[in-house]
Structures are given as structure tokens and as C-alpha cells.
Write a protein that binds this ligand. Structure first.
Ligand code: GDP
Length: 446
């Protein structure tokens, strides 16, 4: 999981301060020393760190933090606000062509291996799903062996058309003809996959400039790999100087990147991060929200992203029905299994859990892993119940439990444990949905 080290260090730095109440000038100095080290260790650009620390220190000493009752909290809030600013403040939306002006044209650029081609597919998929667009992808990387095949393959998986002219035609011509094809076929977004290299070189930059001049794109996305830290920032800086990119897509944020790229790119290039890549699957792309990312870095969770992911999976009426059942303590094993399936579609459980505010302060949570086998076992047990048993778990006698254990090839102890846990969580959910949040607060140590 990204930012783990940084989050841990920042939380250590703040934990003393939070308890303190009144905060003195030397407390602020001390905590800012820690913050500075934490950021440097996370591979944030040193100039960015210097400015950041200076701004926070001035605000903390200037605003009425010193001597006020919850000074510690206020310092954390200032750090949160400034982290948000550092990553661009407000979320910046993707640019589309004006209505009636022909298709929107995007150029995907980046070094080889950054995830450019994959991200072209993810973006096309995202735009179709979230913006109801009809994308066409254009294969203009004629150098990397198999780049064209890779894009065509993505197109087939996604059922999105790909325009290609092989590798003997110039990228400029491919891009121009691709746009014409989009116009002819009534596609409203053209995503051009351009060539990458292992390193920035003159030929590559010339070629990208030519394509840019020929197609006048609405956005030039630079795709960079978050795992490469400061290198990513340098790459972004060089591309931007030559090509004047419009925004950045930061990939591989699902890995254990330290955070340097996410925190430095905006202030070094003055170009916003618009999306992040969070996995190899073609739906693993998310719009970038600086405030949510700041919350996540500070270990305050990212409940909004969690809710959005849930909304993509869950039908609203069904969710309301489920809430009603929870409130009335009628939640049953059918609902349970439906929700398990939804959760699995939302991404790895370990990531989801850490988006819940406060969860990453729970000891051991960093190493928490959910074995997909456990989920499969739970499902096997539930599927061995009769429809009647699933709807009414109260009738699960010892005899029935033995039958279920046999049917699902699990231990009787495992069956008993699952039923017990199910009942406990059903009772907790019923209490919580009646407005009694005691259980939740206890869980979060609040
Ligand atoms: P290109 O050379 O820039 O076009 O890079 P590719 O699109 O071929 O991607 C290189 C590798 O990175 C592939 O194995 C992708 O599956 C992987 N990749 C791309 N984006 C992500 C991401 O957000 N997370 C993870 N974990 N892997 C990614």
C-alpha cells in the first residue's frame, strides 16, 4: 500500500502533539523537524519540502495555534490543508472539446514501462462508463515491438475500437487518419497512444512535438510511474519543458511507493495530476482528489473514495432495501453473500479497510491480509445451506450445521464460527443503523 512509511512517521510526529492541548513554539519547531524528515524520507523533492515546512511553520506560529486549547489538532489541520495545496488544491477536471467542435483528442505520452498503453485502455474504459463517451484508441507507437498488438488486445478486451496502420507509417499520419476515422465513425473521443523510450531522447521529443502540432490535442497526458519517485518528477519536468503537457496520470499507486512523486509533481511542473492508476485491471483508474489524498497520507482514511467505489457496484434500491433489513434485524445469509460478492468486486479487502478513517491506527493493520481462500470457504459454507436456512439462520441446529459442514467440506468448528460472527455483526449493524454508533466508536478507539 502506498505511503505507508510516510503515514506512519507523520502519525508518530503528531501523536504527542495531539494529546498535548496547549502547544508551545518549541513543540511546533520539534514537530516540523519530524515532518521534514518524514517527507524527505518519502522521497519528496527537497525544495518542495523546504517550502512546505516553511509555510506550515509560519501558519502554525502565526495563527492562534499557540496557547489555544486544541493547538495540536490545529497543527494537524494546517498540515492537511497544505498537503492538499501542494497537490493542487481543488480537483481539476479532464478537458473535453466544445460541443460541435469535433472529437476530443488526447495524446498519451510517457517513458516505456510507465503504464502508458494500459492507461490508454483504462481511460477509454473510464470515459465510456463515467462520461458516456464513445472512444477510439489510436496505435501510434510504431517502435516498441508489440505495442500495437497490446493496444489491439486491450481494445478487444474492452470492446472499444482501435485504429492502426501498422508500423511502416509515420506517427503523425496515423494520428491524423485516426482522427478522421473517429469523425467518420461518430466516435467522440480519440486517445492516441504514442511511442515511449527507456530514456528521454531528442528523436522521441521531436516526434511527439510533430504529433502535437498535427492534431492539436485537448489534453496531453503524461503517464508516470509513482514507484520511480524523484525520477518520475524529473521525467515530468523534462516532458513538460519540451511538450507543455496538460496533466499527469500517476500509475502504480497500488504498489508500496513512498509518495515522493505524488507530493512533488504538481509544485515542480505546475501541472495537475488528474488520474491515478491503482492496479493492473482495466477499471483500476481513479480521478485524483488532492484533499482525499492528503487525508489518506495523514492516515485519516478516504471514506469518499470508498463510498464511490461502493456506488459503482451497488444498485441504489437494493442498498436501501438492505439498510431496511439491517435496521429490522432481518439481514440474512443471502444478503451476506451478495455483499461479499460486491466487496470482492470493489478491490482487495486490505486496501478497502485502510480507507476507513482511523483504521490504519489499529495495531497490525498494515500487515493485514485477507486470504481469498477464506472468502471462498465462507461462500462454500453459505451455499451449502438450504434457502430456508439462509433466510432464517435461527433454525441452524447442530444437526443442520453438521450437514452443512459435510456439504461444504469444512470443519464443523468453522461453520459454527461463521454463524456466530454473522449473528454478532448482524446485531451490531442493527444497532448502528438505529443511530447507536457506540460500536463503531469503540472499534475506532474514539
Ligand atoms: P508502457 O510501456 O508505458 O505502454 O507500459 P504498459 O502499459 O505496457 O505497462 C507496463 C506494466 O505496468 C504492465 O505490466 C502493466 O500491467 C503495469 N501497470 C500499468 N499501470 C499500472 C498500475 O496502475 N498498477 C500496477 N500495479 N501495474 C500497472
Amino acid at each position: 500500500m502506498a505511503f505507508e512509511g510516510l503515514t506512519g512517521r507523520l502519525q508518530d510526529a503528531f501523536s504527542g502533539l495531539r494529546k498535548k492541548g496547549k502547544v508551545s513554539e518549541s513543540d511546533v519547531q520539534e514537530v516540523m523537524r519530524e515532518v521534514r524528515l518524514a517527507l524527505l524520507e518519502a522521497d519528496v523533492n527537497y525544495k518542495v519540502v523546504r517550502n512546505f515546512v516553511k509555510t506550515v511553520r509560519e501558519k502554525a506560529l502565526g495563527e492562534e495555534v499557540l496557547g489555544s486549547l486544541n493547538g495540536g489538532q490545529q497543527v494537524v489541520k494546517i498540515v492537511n490543508d497544505e498537503l492538499t495545496e501542494l497537490m493542487g488544491g481543488e480537483q481539476e477536471k479532464i478537458v473535453f472539446a466544445e460541443p460541435g467542435q469535433g472529437p476530443t483528442v488526447y495524446m498519451m505520452t510517457g517513458l516505456q514501462g510507465a503504464g502508458k498503453t494500459t492507461t490508454a485502455g483504462k481511460l477509454a474504459n473510464y470515459l465510456r462508463k463515467q462520461e458516456k463517451k464513445k472512444p477510439l484508441m489510436v496505435a501510434a507507437d510504431i517502435y516498441r515491438p508489440a505495442a500495437i498488438d497490446q493496444l489491439q488486445n486491450l481494445g478487444e478486451q474492452l470492446d472499444i475500437p482501435v485504429f492502426s496502420m501498422g508500423d511502416q507509417v509515420s506517427p503523425v499520419e496515423i494520428a491524423e487518419k485516426g482522427i478522421q476515422q473517429a469523425i467518420d465513425d461518430n466516435r467522440d473521443v480519440v486517445i492516441i497512444d504514442t511511442a515511449g523510450r527507456l530514456h528521454i531522447d531528442e528523436d522521441l521529443m521531436n516526434e511527439l512535438e510533430d504529433v502535437k502540432a498535427a492534431v492539436n490535442p485537448h489534453e496531453i497526458f503524461l503517464v508516470v510511474d509513482a514507484m520511480t519517485g524523484q525520477d518520475a518528477v524529473n521525467v515530468a519536468d523534462s516532458f513538460n519543458e519540451r511538450l507543455e503537457i496538460s496533466s499527469v496520470i500517476l500509475t502504480k499507486l497500488d504498489g508500496d511507493t513512498r509518495g515522493g512523486a505524488a507530493l512533488s509533481i504538481r509544485s515542480v511542473t505546475n501541472k495537475p495530476i488528474k488520474f491515478t492508476g491503482t492496479g493492473e485491471k482495466l477499471d483500476a483508474i481513479e480521478p485524483f482528489y488532492p484533499d482525499r489524498m492528503a487525508n489518506r497520507i495523514l492516515g485519516m482514511g478516504d471514506i469518499l473514495t470508498l463510498i464511490e467505489r461502493a456506488q459503482q457496484e451497488v444498485d441504489e434500491d437494493r442498498a436501501a432495501e438492505m439498510a431496511e433489513k439491517m435496521r429490522e434485524n432481518r439481514y440474512d445469509f443471502n444478503d451476506f453473500i451478495e455483499q461479499m460478492d460486491q466487496m470482492q468486486n470493489m478491490g482487495p479487502m486490505e486496501d478497502l479497510i485502510k480507507m476507513i478513517p482511523g483504521m490504519n491506527q489499529v495495531p497490525g493493520i498494515a500487515d493485514f491480509e485477507m486470504d481469498p481462500k477464506d472468502i471462498a470457504h465462507m461462500k462454500a459454507i453459505v451455499l451449502s445451506m438450504t434457502p430456508e436456512e439462509r433466510e432464517n439462520p435461527e433454525i441452524l441446529s447442530q444437526k443442520r450445521r453438521r450437514r452443512i459442514a459435510k456439504g461444504s467440506a469444512r470443519d464443523i468448528a468453522e461453520v459454527n464460527r461463521l454463524i456466530k460472527q454473522f449473528k454478532q455483526s448482524r446485531d451490531m449493524m442493527s444497532k448502528m443503523s438505529k443511530g447507536n454508533m457506540g460500536g463503531m466508536e469503540q472499534m475506532l478507539g474514539g
